[in-house]
Design a protein around this ligand. Sequence first.
Ligand SMILES: Nc1ncnc2c1ncn2[C@@H]1O[C@H](COP(=O)(O)OP(=O)(O)OP(=O)(O)O)[C@@H](O)[C@H]1O
Ligand SMILES: [Mg+2]
Length: 413
Amino acid sequence: MAGINMRHIVKKYGDGFPAVNDVSIDVADGEFMILVGPSGCGKSTLLRMIVGLEDISGGDMIIGDRKVNDLAPRDRNLAMVFQNYALYPHLTVFENIAFPLRLAGASDSEVNTKVREASKTLELDEHLDRKPGNLSGGQRQRVAMGRAIVRDADAFLFDEPLSNLDAKLRGQMRTEISRLQKRLGITTVYVTHDQTEAMTLGDRVAVLKRGVLQQLASPRQLYANPGNLFVAGFIGSPPMNFLPATVRGGQVELPFGTVSIPAEKVRDVPEDKLLIAGIRPEHFEDASVVDDDKRGKGSVFTAQIDVTEWLGNQAYAYIPFEADETVKAQLTQLERDLDGDTMRNQLVVSLDSTSRISEGDQAEIWVDTRQMHLFDPETGDNLTIDLANAGEIPAKNDPEASARAEKAAAEAH
Ligand SMILES: Nc1ncnc2c1ncn2[C@@H]1O[C@H](COP(=O)(O)OP(=O)(O)OP(=O)(O)O)[C@@H](O)[C@H]1O
Ligand SMILES: [Mg+2]
């Protein structure tokens, strides 16, 4: 096993397109690292450079203690599991798993030992004589992983392995991959555009936008302390609400009224300037179900409820609001960058399932302003971030290099 160190990795395709711009990520030995971002952000390109299926235009790729930039894929000792597992339909499960060993000319006894070891770990023992066509999607996935396991690879690389499966199977396979990775303790890099997969599987998550690393942190850190609007909008479902906001006299003016906010939160935030407030749906509540103690820790405002949805375990309320043109333009651009379809002209508020708020009500809504973020509308930077709990943010750690990378990416788009 080995760690993977990507140092200032650049990829310019033949037509000059800068797909990956100065990305540095250290994957620790045994770590489960996720590469996530919208379509076209360079995830697969980066993964293919680790495996050796794509030339590296700049920077160093280090696996263990070897620089592998010029090594052929077969000399890197990595195992890749693709979106289509490409099992051989005419071979049994046993022979499918054994395939890389046969290729390498292993003896029958070695093949037998290794395949049986892998099939035990993967709970495939009773399926070894079957053909892939007769297996469930999840079992097929395990056969593909078995093939990777028998190679004693230094690391596993996955490129959207679950994207062909239906929602239920995806959930099952997610748990299965997570369990296996922990059991095997093998260094893993996993590409997905699905933020739920990223949050549930990763020890750490690298968020990419247009080939530029935005933030590299644990799921909890990304959720609580997104470095900029892009990360804030990408992580979380339903997504974070963004509202026009202005700080005056230590209070925050929102479209629904003025709310108080802890003083230490706005210490470094400019006053009297148009900002974007970010608040997650779950940081609101029906004020009537909030106890006095909690009530005092946030703020209450009144709003006209447009639509409500009751889901049994919780409820959502939708509250439209007006934003000025600058903020609107920013949010439209953000939605384009996120490749998303969120309606940005309404607040989504998560309510306790016992809430009696209904459509058309003038309702009192409590907001936990301790959890509110304020973003600079021009740069998108989070002005209220707790940097000690935000992992790595290249724009903060090395602003000049990050600005150069962002510029290269912006010029190509
Ligand atoms: N062979 C190529 N030549 C030129 N440009 C390419 C080539 N392959 C990919 N690109 C471009 O590089 C960028 C990154 O592509 P990549 O496949 O890495 O994206 P991705 O993040 O994996 O997206 P997806 O989620 O859609 O798979 C894209 O804008 C793509 O158009
Ligand atoms: Mg891809």
